[in-house]
Design a protein around this ligand. Structure first.
Ligand SMILES: NC(=O)c1ccc[n+]([C@@H]2O[C@H](COP(=O)([O-])OP(=O)(O)OC[C@H]3O[C@@H](n4cnc5c(N)ncnc54)[C@H](O)[C@@H]3O)[C@@H](O)[C@H]2O)c1
Length: 442
């Protein structure tokens, strides 16, 4: 089948590459000329395990093309995906300008039936707005062209995006149109060979399903962080509590790790957008507000622990802190809303110097925070420690899990670790003379 994807970011590029991988003919379009030029030279805009090889193979075999030419992209296929960004607006609601601008481009160029698929995360009611915008443009063009608008939210996880897309838990499709439904069924057929993963539902339910999923996951994290903070005061160990509740199959072990807060391009903005939706319909979403507030507070805990250790925020002036992990989670270079950023900025505000290392997010970090007297990026995890007064861990990359503590001790000025991901055993470290602070562990 032929299809077009608007937006070549994390979602668009992975979707395009994976749909080409199963044999479809895919055109990916973006308004960012540099991104498209790079992609045409084989340079990917993002770091995502396994993606480069798939892109390379499918480009070489002629199933995947990159362009900025809207007319060509709309002409290419009946199936048109929208996978552009939906960043938070000033009030936290989802900014739909990019989605609606794509809808307009499709409407300006379509000459026959099109199914327009929203893969971006968009508030309930967006399909209606897309439909209205397309109808408006078609009316201006004085043409009548049939089309359907479908919701097909994406559930991939950055860092495991290719695997998630190729082996999805579920494929949610919101449409009541038989024609669109048949096209979508055929498009996703290759992903349903083992068992049926596609769930058809009405458009609004599909739109809400995406927010429900992200809000639930964010709630689990904030719940654990709330309990972690209480455990610290109560003299309990949240890691024991985590195992104790995870054993209950109604709760499960997934996604109940306490830490230094959730980040990324999705949870923070999606929880906020759902809250704004609630506000717009006159509903008081108390739980969502709390989830967000707990997370904002949790992003401050690493700084608070460092400040307390040194005797107050003012005592951090002139200190050097080593930071391991900058991306918002392992296996990605995505720095959007990363807890590391809250820590870095608070440390600079307090007059401290930061020496940081991340296995893949260094370039992205440099783009956001240029190096200078208060900030340097180290070539490897141990060099980041040289002469630092403490080590803070923000991201649970594999290579931080079993480090050489003698090497750490030799490089640091003092044996202090503030661990935002509970990677180490407090007792073992303390017995070896470390001052060790985890999350939710007395
Ligand atoms: N990143 C994730 O893990 C993830 C997971 C599920 C859903 N989502 C959702 O998917 C959507 C896209 O997220 P992302 O992380 O891929 O965003 P992104 O910022 O990485 O990519 C968006 C791309 O769209 C392009 N774009 C903007 N306007 C355009 C237009 N008019 N025509 C063509 N291209 C245009 C941008 O240049 C950019 O390359 C968002 O709604 C997001 O919430 C993201």
């Amino acid at each position: 089948m032929k299809l077009t994807i608007f937006g070549t970011g994390y979602v668009g590029l992975v979707t395009g590459a994976c749909l080409a991988e199963v044999g479809h003919s895919v055109v990916c379009i973006d308004i960012d000329q540099r991104k498209i030029d790079n992609l045409n030279r084989g340079v990917l805009p993002i770091w995502e395990p396994g993606l480069e090889a798939i892109v390379e193979r499918n480009v070489a075999e002629g199933r995947l093309r990159f362009t900025t030419d809207t007319a060509l992209a709309v002409k290419h296929a009946e199936i048109q995906f929208i996978a552009v960004g939906t960043p938070p607006d000033e009030d936290g609601s989802a900014d739909l300008q990019y989605v609606l601008s794509v809808a307009e481009s499709i409407a300006r160029n379509m000459d026959g039936y099109r199914v327009i698929i929203n893969k971006s995360t968009v508030p309930v009611g967006t399909a209606d707005k897309v439909r209205a915008r397309v109808e408006q443009v078609l009316a201006e063009r004085k043409v009548e062209v049939p089309f359907d608008v479908v919701s097909n939210p994406e559930f991939l996880k950055e860092g495991a995006a290719v695997g998630d897309f190729l082996k999805p838990d579920r494929i949610v499709i919101g449409t009541v149109s038989p024609r669109a439904r048949e096209l979508m069924r055929e498009l996703y057929e290759p992903f349903n060979r083992n068992h049926e993963r596609t769930m058809f539902m009405d458009v609004r339910s599909a739109e809400l399903t995406k927010y429900a999923a992200n809000a639930m996951l964010a709630t689990k994290i904030s719940f654990m962080n709330e309990l972690a903070n209480m455990a610290e005061i109560l003299g309990a160990d949240i890691e024991e509590v985590r195992k104790g509740i995870g054993a209950d199959p109604r709760i499960g072990y997934h996604f109940i790790y306490p830490g230094c807060g959730y980040g990324g391009s999705c949870f923070p903005k999606d929880v906020q957008a759902l809250e704004r939706t609630a506000q717009q319909i006159g509903y008081e979403a108390s739980l969502l507000k709390a989830v967000e507030a707990v997370n904002n507070r949790q992003k401050q805990v690493l700084f608070a622990k460092l400040a307390k250790h040194f005797g107050g925020p003012q005592a951090l002036r002139g200190k050097t802190i080593a930071v391991w992990g900058l991306s918002f989670k392992p296996n990605t270079d995505d720095m959007r809303e990363a807890p590391s950023r809250t820590l870095l900025e608070a440390l600079w505000q307090a007059g401290a110097k930061v020496q940081a290392f991340d296995p893949v997010a260094m370039e992205e970090t440099r783009r956001i925070y240029p190096e200078g007297p208060a900030f340097s990026l180290a070539a490897d995890k141990y060099s980041a420690l040289d002469g630092a007064d403490a080590l803070a861990i923000c991201t649970e990359w594999q290579q931080f899990r079993a480090p050489d503590f003698d090497e750490i001790q030799n490089r640091l000025r003092a044996k202090v670790i503030v661990d935002g991901r509970n990677l180490y055993h407090p007792e073992r470290l303390r017995s070896e003379g470390w001052t060790y602070y985890g999350i939710g562990r007395a």
